[in-house]
Design a protein around this ligand. Sequence first.
Ligand code: ADP
Ligand code: MG
Ligand code: MG
Length: 253
Amino acid sequence: MATLEIKDLHADVVTDEGNKPILNGVNLTIRSGETHAIMGPNGSGKSTLSYAIAGHPKYEVTSGEVLLDGENVLEMSVDERARAGLFLAMQYPVEVPGVSMSNFLRSAATAVRGEAPKLRHWVKEVKDEMSQLDISSEFAERSVNEGFSGGEKKRHEILQLALLKPKFAILDETDSGLDVDALRTVSEAVNDYKSNNEVGVMLITHYTRILKHIEPDFVHVFAGGKVVQSGGKELADELEADGYVKYTTEAAV
Ligand code: ADP
Ligand code: MG
Ligand code: MG
């Protein structure tokens, strides 16, 4: 049983024109086994939250805490965060020309596990997960995300999740750009991972449609750089019906 605690987190995005405050006191606790949906309007800081937790250099935490089982995540390097069990599926996965998917995945697994996975076992593991995600085997030799469609990139993010086996997974709009079939495939892979591992999931999304596949235990409204309302599944239905207006006007004060 693991716990990820975000306490009064404030963070800036670092731009050429200087720092711009985005996170404005985020409080959220996620325990293993729980799925938390984060829903909020464009520009409210959801991706900033995920980057701040993952340790992206363009985001600077100015105050507050992120604790994984009481350990200060903010003092860890990006690699240490991954080894501690944090995983981020990015909203916009980056392309890495010249590095094959298969090399990338093996290096990432080696870094996270602390030793290189045994080759025969690894090859089978990758093959099984790729087939579950309907990823054709030719992708193994292609450069990371280069020329991948939006949906292909998202499938590969979930392939990494399945192989790296984190304790906490942040899925930043993994559903956007997926057609109905891809959404089902990706959701099944996430659910499969959830049922076989004690994982805490932070599922950032705009749409309730993914929540029909991946059932959240909690739903949080994110507006103006913080969590402004928390509830159960019914909150997602309310948001779908009424939008965020009620929350954005409150947060804008
Ligand atoms: P969300 O994921 O909720 O749509 P983001 O965290 O991506 O929101 O962005 C929050 C705010 O920070 C937005 O107003 C966005 O324009 C701004 N922002 C994010 N990254 C940068 C950047 N690199 N330069 C300038 N502004 C940025
Ligand atoms: Mg975003
Ligand atoms: Mg599996």
